[in-house]
Design a protein around this ligand. Structure first.
Ligand SMILES: NC(=O)c1ccc[n+]([C@@H]2O[C@H](COP(=O)([O-])OP(=O)(O)OC[C@H]3O[C@@H](n4cnc5c(N)ncnc54)[C@H](O)[C@@H]3O)[C@@H](O)[C@H]2O)c1
Length: 352
């Protein structure tokens, strides 16, 4: 077997440490350095037994990692990833890929021009539940996909917002959380070509929104809604429903995405399917349902395994910077729609 890939961590906060936990169980890679100017980072590096750096450029020069995980605050993502690309080091970049589409264009150009791959951390795409749901949609099990209902409604504890950057521009529920749902909707249902939206900060009173209601028109003609709030005592969200991460007590019977087509319907994460015995039989006939197996997979661990293959040049990123850029383009269209009260069109990047 090849030597374990030497991976450095830039940003050793909540998410960075979660990546490290999965990295510890991955024989094909190992942590080789930590870069983070925060007060607890040196002690964390010491616990892990790897060199500590306050500044990531020095780390790139001196530790010479073969790959890097970037899990620092959102506004630093693109600048940090550009430094890694300049050093020739493949990057697993946490989501959102950036906070403005303009900076993401620069990142896409740098990654494409240099051939240094960037994998963006929309880890839910790696979850076997989502892999199966996508297969079902793509093989036409639902017929013509017609309506899409997505829910992200839960309550973050107030203490979550004690960390200043989480209350400031560049964070917010849309960029921090709904971006995951928007990415999955694109992955499952195809590109979105038009949106309308309302947002509100009425529940928490921060500058950033805490709630949103979004209308989506997909390129394939399907229509969708996404309602989100981080301030409600409600059970409908990927976090609470999927069982992907045990830190969220699971509401296993509650769905967060409902996809409906002319031949059938699918609830996610249950992977429960509905259809008539005879296609088109309609509402006086029993609507039959069946259940696919839906064991939650370890999406973050699968994402890391994929990243090792990407960094070794054995696979193309499942979520490239351009692909994640299109999720950001969708999000920016939602922000423009909410601010203007008008329908808006995402400024999609080329995926070539
Ligand atoms: N994929 C997911 O499901 C998921 C979940 C949570 C967070 N995230 C993403 O992970 C990132 C970090 O979020 P978090 O909740 O861990 O935040 P956090 O505040 O817990 O951690 C951020 C860390 O970055 C460090 N940092 C600040 N400036 C830095 C710099 N210049 N260089 C290196 N490190 C620096 C901080 O000291 C801190 O340790 C965010 O982009 C967030 O969107 C992703």
């Amino acid at each position: 077997m090849a030597e374990p890939l030497r991976i450095a961590l830039i940003g050793a906060g909540v998410m960075g440490r979660q990546h490290h936990q999965y990295l510890q169980n991955l024989p094909e890679a190992r942590l080789c350095a930590v870069a983070d100017p925060g007060p607890q980072a040196a002690a964390f590096a010491a616990e892990c037994g790897v060199p500590y750096f306050a500044e990531h450029r020095r780390m790139l020069d001196e530790a010479r990692p073969q790959a890097v995980i970037v899990a620092n605050p959102n506004t630093l993502h693109v600048g940090t990833a550009l430094d890694c690309i300049a050093a020739g080091v493949p990057v697993l970049l946490e989501k959102p890929v950036g906070v403005h589409l303009d900076e993401v264009r620069e990142l896409v150009a740098a990654s494409t021009g240099s051939g240094v791959p960037v994998l963006v951390g929309h880890h839910r795409r790696h979850n076997p539940l989502i892999v199966r749901a996508r297969e079902l949609v793509q093989q036409g099990s639902l017929g013509r996909l017609t309506t899409v209902t997505a829910l992200w409604q839960l309550q973050k504890p107030d203490s979550y917002f004690d960390i200043p950057w989480r209350r400031e521009p560049g964070a917010g529920m849309l960029l921090t959380n709904l971006i995951h749902d928007l990415d999955l909707l694109r992955h499952l249902c195809g590109e979105v070509v038009e949106v309308q939206a309302f947002t509100s900060n009425g529940a928490r009173g921060f500058a950033n929104e805490d709630s949103a209601a979004v209308l989506l028109r997909f390129a394939n003609g399907a229509l969708g809604t996404l309602t989100g709030s981080d301030a409600v005592a409600a059970p409908w969200s990927w976090e609470l429903d999927s069982g992907e991460n045990p830190v969220y007590p699971r509401q296993a019977d509650q769905p967060c995405y409902l996809l409906a087509g002319t031949l059938g319907a699918l609830s996610i994460p249950q992977l429960r399917r509905w259809q008539y015995a005879e296609p088109g039989a309609g509402w006086h006939q029993p609507l039959l349902h069946s259940q696919e197996s839906n064991t939650p997979g370890e999406a973050l661990s699968r994402q890391l395994q994929h990243f090792v293959r990407v960094a070794r040049g054995e696979a193309a990123p499942l979520v490239s910077a351009a692909d994640a850029g299109n999720t950001l383009a969708l999000l920016e269209a939602i922000q423009r729609a909410a601010a203007s009260g008008r329908a808006c069109v995402p400024e999609l990047l080329s995926l070539q």
